[in-house]
Write a protein that binds this ligand. Structure first.
Ligand code: SAM
Length: 472
């Protein structure tokens, strides 16, 4: 097998030999300061880095250079994403699963976990609970089970979610995290109006992948790895990739992730919309210590910073798998989206107390959405509930073009302020509202175009008077 970024075969675009050579090259050059400076200079052009270049930076442990990388990551994040953080919540639909994933408590052989699948009436109740928190954007999650969770079930759930209008609430973007499927099914998801299709690779190392997925359709590495190509062929422009850090060594996963992004860009003309960086967590019958590739918080942050400078136009997502402290560090280095107030069990949002029986993993950040919004603003970030891009047709290369042109500040920034205003009016605690109003007043002044600024001011008054859902 030879490495070919444009090949449609998994083992050619994620090529084991190329990854091993990359890791060896990175190790050999980790103290080559001239090369490292050259790579950092290239990153400053904000056009990204290759997997090889990025891997050299990952291997470099010179403190000054690492700090330089952190500063650059922070600057690039500011340039492309400003100080906005988009918020979302996962919605678990069903934990029926026929796969045998060794790290996931939903694996078919787990007899201790209760199996549950939401009815449409239950989906409705969950969505109302999520709307009452203030969420506008969901990521739906389900195990793989052609009998219990066929594509028709997922489509019904999406329809139900979009149909619910409770008080001023609405879910305006449904992202989908379900198992790899066929082009026909991706077309159906596209027609159902989904936002991003998300699928984590788990690990890019084929041998380890097959070991970790011993049974079920997910065992097929090639089918799983080529899923994003099928999704794009099915018309889904925005795809979200990720690995489950801890399953294999991070150098391998890091190179694989970037090679995957390079492949999507080379073949489809547009890279991944988002990259997620989950780490393996404790769960029912899962002990994360059984996987001996866990990585330190420090290395985790370094990975995020280098992803930021290697793929500047790709959003980065961090979930409540991480605690407040880690989230605080890593957001600064390049994360653009976080979940908040999450429950990772099927039917979890309608329970008063956090239920643990059907949880997919333990949550480390247990704060409410209002607390997360408050904390973000106290750290000078604008919490954004914006869902405008895909609703305005700004997906795939059109979104990337907007991002590259720097026009995002006239578009995403006002949208963030207007959706934050909605949150403050409808769902926030008194303290959050107070801080939020001050933030909005301060941030209006940073909208570059005067005309846009004036329109935003008018719309903020309209939101105050009861109108909703303005967007640029
Ligand atoms: N079942 C779908 C599939 O096959 O891709 C995806 C949905 S699954 C509910 C979402 C993700 O949770 C998985 O892709 C995996 O990376 C992650 N996950 C599974 N077990 C985990 C654990 N113990 N700790 C942290 N994340 C986990």
């Amino acid at each position: 097998m030879k490495y070919d970024v444009k090949s449609m075969k998994a083992e050619e675009f994620i090529n084991d030999g190329e990854i091993l050579d990359t890791i060896a090259y990175a190790k050999a050059h980790k103290d080559d300061m001239a090369l490292i400076d050259e790579i950092i200079e290239k990153a400053k052009l904000r056009k990204g880095l290759t997997h090889r270049e990025a891997s050299v930076l990952l291997a470099c442990d010179d403190e000054d250079k690492v700090n330089e990388i952190y500063d650059l990551a922070e600057q690039i994040k500011k340039d492309f994403y400003g100080n906005r953080i988009v918020l979302f919540a996962p919605l678990y639909l069903s934990n029926y699963c026929v796969n045998g994933c060794l790290y996931c408590p939903y694996h078919a052989k787990n007899k201790t976990i209760p199996r549950k699948k939401l009815t449409q009436e239950e989906v409705k109740k969950e969505v109302i609970a999520l709307q009452d928190m203030g969420h506008k954007r969901l990521a739906i999650e389900a195990g793989e089970d052609p009998v219990n969770n066929p594509i028709e079930y997922i489509l019904d759930c999406i329809k139900t979610i979009y149909s619910i209008k409770h008080k001023n609430g609405a879910i305006r973007r449904v992202n989908v995290n379900i198992a790899a499927t066929t082009i026909e099914n991706y077309k159906k998801l596209k027609d159902a109006g989904i936002g991003t299709y998300i699928l984590f690779q788990e690990t890019y190392n084929k041998k380890n992948y097959e070991y970790l997925h011993p049974t079920g359709p997910k065992h097929n590495y090639d089918y799983h790895t080529e899923a994003m190509d099928r999704a794009m062929e099915g018309g889904i422009d925005d795809v979200g990739i990720g690995v489950l850090f801890g399953l294999d060594n991070y150098e391998y996963e890091f190179a694989g992730l970037l090679m995957h992004a390079e492949h999507l860009e080379a073949v489809h003309g547009v890279g991944p919309h988002t990259i997620s960086v989950p780490r393996v967590k404790h769960a029912d019958d899962i002990d994360p210590d059984e996987f001996d590739n866990s990585l330190s918080d420090e290395m985790f942050c370094k990975i995020a910073a280098i992803i930021r400078i290697a793929v500047p136009y790709t959003g980065m997502i961090i979930s409540t798998r991480e605690n407040q402290e880690v989230r605080e560090k890593i957001i600064r280095l390049g994360v653009s989206q976080i979940s908040g107030g999450s429950r990772t069990s099927v039917g979890g949002y309608t329970e008063k107390e956090r239920p643990h029986d059907t949880e997919q993993f333990d949550v480390s950040d247990n704060r409410t959405l209002d607390e997360v919004v408050n904390w973000l603003m106290r750290n000078d970030y604008i919490p954004s509930f914006c869902t405008a891009c895909y609703r305005e047709g700004r997906t795939g290369d059109r979104f990337m073009a907007l991002c590259k042109s720097g026009q995002i500040q006239n578009c995403c920034h006002p949208n963030a302020l207007m959706t934050l205003k909605e949150f403050l009016m409808d769902y926030a605690s008194e303290d959050t509202r107070k801080i939020g109003e001050e933030m909005i007043q301060k941030e209006i002044g940073t909208i570059p175009k005067e005309k846009v600024r004036e329109i935003v001011k008018e719309r903020l008054v309209k939101i105050e008077n009861g109108d909703r859902d303005f967007r640029f």
